[in-house]
Write a protein that binds this ligand. Structure first.
Ligand code: UD1
Length: 442
């Protein structure tokens, strides 16, 4: 089956029950794969998720000359050996670059390794404008030439480090991508770089931990001030394990809840889930936590009431769980409010959810959600990765059968979602899809 021409067929109404393992974090591993391009030795990554975006990122890095050995581990994740020592170009301009967002990390990584970087503009889900001006302004402060959004020529940007030096960078918007990219560029720059108003997402800490284990000197990742003292060498020769995926875990928490199920989600860091767990408890769900698991279920005596959410940088409520949570709100009593405060246009999936019976009104970045009794099966489309995950959550809870086209978008970020859901009792299968069209995202 062509990668872009399949749908998920889901017959809903089965409460999900059982145990599930969460894979490694997509957004952490994508930053770490780019960071691995900077090291002077080799490294091995464990707990790498087997997802489409990782395969694309590896292909891009291979096109630069880096060598990879990818093996499936007994835990169903990938172990990836990386040798970047033969990188022979600073140009990342192949088609893969515009299929994923995280390819922008190669700007920082290649500037650091080669003193130059040429990049085709990155892709990613369509949430409206996704500028990289903060990345470029920071590189300019650090001495890079060409770091000007107006110098993006034919969708390609070229930066020249002459060489890079440390700088104090104030981010006027909290940006995950800019924080990681500046950390990458600063790791081997001369002197100290200070990032003020840095993003604090778990994957930022993971990228910093990876770099530190390779020989970098990064302090303060996970707080809003990160200090990076440049080093001349990153010896590497280390094995590093990727943290669990906060968004995958949150998606299964929602799927368990919407189906009235009882699921224990293993290989999670429960504190990363606090923004969702605390709100789900407020709504009436029971969330039990252990050292590395979370169990989600509903006490039959409890009623589930809607509430208000606002997306924000970590430790606020993650925008990447917004669509799935709207599904949860649909199946709650009363009127709820979702305030999407990170992206300008992240409600493109609402018309699809409405086909299944959702009652939602959008006012600019606010979605007002009226509770409904149930969703009904329909033919819908995965408009982007997390929107697709939301469609899956709705379909699992729906009466009847739902077909979700463009399901390849879901596979960008969810390892073996069909197998994992089937193991919990879901009726889900992959079917040929004729309505799908190929577009230029990822
Ligand atoms: C990353 C995640 C994405 C998630 C987002 C917010 C990856 C590959 N993607 O995206 O899934 O939704 O964090 O948690 O990790 N901004 C600017 N100028 C810039 C950069 C960002 O104005 O140069 C704005 C954006 O338009 C947005 C906000 O800052 O409104 C946050 O974006 P950012 O955190 O940078 O998101 P990404 O790193 O692209």
């Amino acid at each position: 089956m062509d990668e872009s021409s399949y749908s998920y067929k889901i017959t809903g109404g089965v409460p999900l029950k059982g145990d599930i393992n969460i894979s490694g974090s997509k957004n952490a591993v994508l930053g770490i794969l780019a960071a691995a391009m900077m090291i002077d030795g080799t490294c091995t990554l464990e707990n790498v998720p087997d997802i489409a975006d990782v395969r694309v990122m590896i292909e891009i890095c291979q096109s630069l000359g880096a060598k990879f050995e990818v093996n499936e581990s007994s835990e169903d994740t990938l172990t990836v050996f990386i040798d970047p020592r033969d990188i022979n170009t600073y140009e990342a301009t192949g088609p893969g670059v515009s299929r994923i967002r995280a390819s922008y990390y190669l700007l920082g990584a290649l500037l650091s390794r080669c003193g130059k970087a040429t990049l085709r503009m990155p892709g990613g889900c369509d949430f409206g404008q996704r500028p990289i001006d903060l990345h470029l302004k920071a590189f300019k402060l650090m001495g890079a030439k060409g770091a000007d959004p107006r110098k993006v020529n034919g969708g390609v940007i070229t930066l020249n480090a002459a060489p890079l030096h440390g700088a104090k960078v104030f981010l006027d918007i909290v940006s995950v991508g800019a924080t990681i990219n500046i950390m990458l560029a600063a790791t081997k720059a001369q002197g100290q770089t200070i990032i003020v108003n840095a993003a604090k997402e778990p994957h930022i800490v993971d990228v910093a931990n990876f770099l530190n284990s390779m020989g970098a000197r990064i302090k303060g990742a996970g707080t809003d001030t990160i200090r990076i003292t440049g080093v001349s060498e990153l010896p590497g020769n280390f094995t590093y394990s990727i943290i669990p995926d906060q968004i995958e875990a949150g998606t299964y928490m929602v799927a368990a809840a919407t189906t009235g199920g009882d699921v224990t989600i293993h290989n999670v860091i429960p504190t990363h889930m606090d923004p969702l767990s605390s709100k789900m408890r407020e709504m009436g769900y029971t969330i039990d936590e252990g050292d590395d698991y979370i169990r989600v279920y509903k006490d039959p005596e409890e009623e589930i009431w809607g509430t208000n959410f606002k997306t924000a940088p970590y430790p606020g409520f993650p925008t990447d769980l917004q669509p799935q949570t709207v599904v949860l709100l649909c199946l709650s009593k009363g009127l709820s409010k979702m305030d999407e405060d990170v992206w300008e246009n992240r409600y493109q999936y609402i018309p699809e959810l409405s086909k299944m019976g959702a009652d939602i009104n959008i006012f600019d970045h606010i979605a007002l959600v009226n509770g409904i009794d149930c969703f009904y099966g329909a033919e819908v489309r995965a408009t982007d990765l997390r929107a697709g995950a939301a469609m899956v959550c709705a379909a699992l809870a729906a009466e009847g059968t739902t077909y979700i086209s463009d399901a390849y978008r879901i596979d960008r970020g969810y390892q073996k979602i069909v197998e994992k859901l089937r193991a919990l009792g879901a009726q889900i299968e992959v079917v040929e899809d004729t309505s799908s069209f190929v577009d230029s995202e990822a």
